[in-house]
Structure formats: C-alpha cells, structure tokens
Design a protein around this ligand. Structure first.
Ligand code: NAP
Length: 309
C-alpha cells in the first residue's frame, strides 16, 4: 500500500507544488496530472511521476487513478485563460474524478476548498458566478459519499499582499477588510501532505490559516519593516472596475469573477476572523509543523524570487 503513489491533481499550482514537495520530503511516491509534462517537470523536478493529460478527459483521469492510494484535489481554473471552463474543470471534472475514484477503489480523498463559505453571505452580496458555489457543491458531494474524505478550507495565500503590490505601492480595490486570514503556501503543502497520509481525519473540515489575520495597510507596513523599502498602501475605488467588467464581459468574463472575489474579500466576515487564533491552534495541535509567520513568508519570498517585493 505504502508504495502506491498519491495523486495530486493541481500538483503544479501555487499550493499544489508545495503539497508535492512536502510529500516527496516524506519519501512518498507522488503522481501529478498536468496539461504540460515539460512545464510540470521543470516545476517539480525529477522525483515525481507526471502524467500528461487533462482533468476534463475521462481517459486522463482513469489513467491517473490507476494504482494510486489517495488523491489530493487542488485544481483551479481561476485564471483569465481558464475561467470559461471554471464549471467544467472545478465542478464537472472533480465530480467525474470522484466517480472514477470510487470505481477504482480509491477511498482517501483530500479536497482543497476555500476558508469559509456562507450561503447567506453569497446571496446577500449577490455572488452568482463564483467558485464558492462550486466548492459548496463538491463539499456536499463528499459529505454524502462513502469516501474517507477530509476538506481543507484554505485561507488566501499570503501572496495576495504581493500580488496587489506594484513597485512601492500596494493597491487594493475596495481597501480590503479590517483583517483577513492568510497562509503561507509552505504551510498548506505540509498540512495537506500530513492530512492525506493520516487515516484518522475522516469527515473533518479544517480552516487552514497562518497564525494571525491582518489588514492590507498593516501588511504594507510590515513588508516595509522587513525589506527596509517603504511600501505605500492605496485604496482603489471599485466603481471603474465594475464598469470595466461590464464592458469586457463578452470578451473575457474573468474580471467579473475577480470582482466577485474582491467583493467577498472586502466583506470577509469578521466573526470568522475572530476565530483565527482558535483555528490556528487546532492546526498546531493536530499537525506537526512550524507555522510560517507573515515576516517569515516575506523573507522566504525574497529568497525565492531573489528580489524584494
Ligand atoms: N491561491 C489561493 O490564494 C487560494 C486560496 C484559497 C483556496 N484556494 C484553492 O486552492 C486550490 C489550488 O489553487 P491554486 O491557487 O494553487 O491554483 P493554481 O496555482 O492556479 O494552479 C492550478 C492548477 O490546476 C491545474 N489545472 C487547471 N486546469 C487543469 C486541467 N484542465 N487539467 C489538469 N489540471 C488542471 C494546473 O495544472 P497544469 O497547469 O499543470 O495543467 C495547476 O496545477 C483551488 O481549489 C483554489 O480554489 C487557493
């Protein structure tokens, strides 16, 4: 059993590559399904079995599942290129993976979801397109299934602070919430690897966060302190983005999806934020790892990118 590989779907992604790395560090055999084997090899190195294929193809899925002992689902279509296939990739194909996994007798499934999804908030904010609905549907399908499943509701990556920084300015549409839980992709990788290897987490859902929730202005200040380079914070009004999203919609729907994400982010429930220390303590108690603080992540990122943010 131990020699059978673990299949990581989305193993080349922002979170996926850290999941793969953590599994490899533990000496586990890993298989990754990627649309581009050459690119995947470059990202993941030689220690991984790579199957070139597409999650939307039943043939690729069946081939990927052959002889695996567990699956991690970390695929995402939240990019301008893939957004038109969001439902096909993140919903239909994931449901197909579950169907084929059941046929293949693979019972251990770890699903990477989002931190917290509240149907009432989605309705209140008029979120119609978002991945949040898809995540709800997949989580419900797992809850009804016989799989030995665990859901990891992952906070936004700490990368969000850098993604919104251009030069010396952090520009945040809507300004962001008073505080937002975020996590280092390194911690997501380690926690996911430990989760998929454990047999005692059936039917559990964890909220995966770093040690604290912080605001965008605070993040800008703390990046400045670590790097010695001043990062200014600027709130960008949402109105021009809304107009652009309506105009661009027929050509590329990504901006509308992005706007929904920004709406959700700006309205991140602060009662959930209040539970971040508790959620984090549960992770520390359940898993064996050294949590990455915001400052550690800033330094790690500088080392990886070999440039200051
Ligand atoms: N990033 C965040 O801040 C964040 C926050 C909360 C939750 N999450 C969740 O975490 C998960 C992973 O997100 P991420 O940001 O790591 O994603 P990402 O960096 O955009 O990576 C997407 C992954 O999906 C794979 N993929 C996309 N289309 C595919 C297809 N047709 N067939 C096979 N593979 C396909 C890609 O593989 P190839 O390109 O190699 O084919 C890639 O490995 C998602 O469920 C996301 O909702 C992310």
């Amino acid at each position: 059993m131990e020699n059978k590989p673990i299949l990581v779907l989305g193993g080349t992604g922002h979170y996926g590559k850290h999941i793969v790395r953590s599994l490899l560090e533990k000496g586990e055999p890993v298989r990754v399904l990627s649309r581009n084997a050459v690119k995947a090899r470059k990202i993941l190195g030689d220690g991984v079995e790579i199957i070139e294929g597409d999650i939307t193809s039943r043939e690729s899925v069946v081939e990927s599942l052959n002889g695996v002992r567990a699956i991690v689902i970390s695929v995402s279509a939240f990019t301008p290129k893939l957004i038109r296939k969001l439902k096909l990739i993140e919903r239909d194909s994931v449901l197909m993976v579950l169907e084929e996994a059941q046929k293949a007798g693979v019972s251990r499934v770890v699903y990477i979801s989002v931190y917290e999804i509240r149907e009432d908030l989605l309705r209140e904010l008029n979120i119609q397109l978002g991945i949040a609905w898809i995540k709800l549907e997949i989580e419900a399908a797992l809850a009804k299934s016989d799989f030995n499943w665990t859901v990891l509701g992952v906070a936004p990556s700490m990368e969000i602070f850098f993604a919104m920084t251009r030069g010396d300015t952090m520009m945040v549409p809507g300004g962001g919430p008073p505080a937002l839980p975020t996590v280092s992709p390194v911690d997501v990788g380690e926690i996911t690897a430990q989760t998929v290897l454990r047999g005692d987490l059936k039917g559990k859902r964890f909220r995966v966060t770093g040690p604290e929730a912080i605001s965008f202005p605070e993040a800008a200040k703390r990046i400045s302190n670590v790097t010695g380079k001043t990062i200014k914070f600027r709130k960008i009004p949402l109105f021009p983005l809304k107009i652009a999203s309506v105009l661009i919609w027929p050509f590329n729907p990504f901006l509308r999806h992005l706007l929904e994400f920004i709406k959700l982010m700006n309205n991140f429930p602060q009662d959930v934020v209040a539970k971040v220390p508790e959620d984090h303590q549960l992770l520390v108690k359940t898993f064996s790892y050294t949590p990455t603080t915001f400052e550690m992540e800033v330094r790690r990122r500088i080392r990886c990118h070999d440039k200051s943010p």
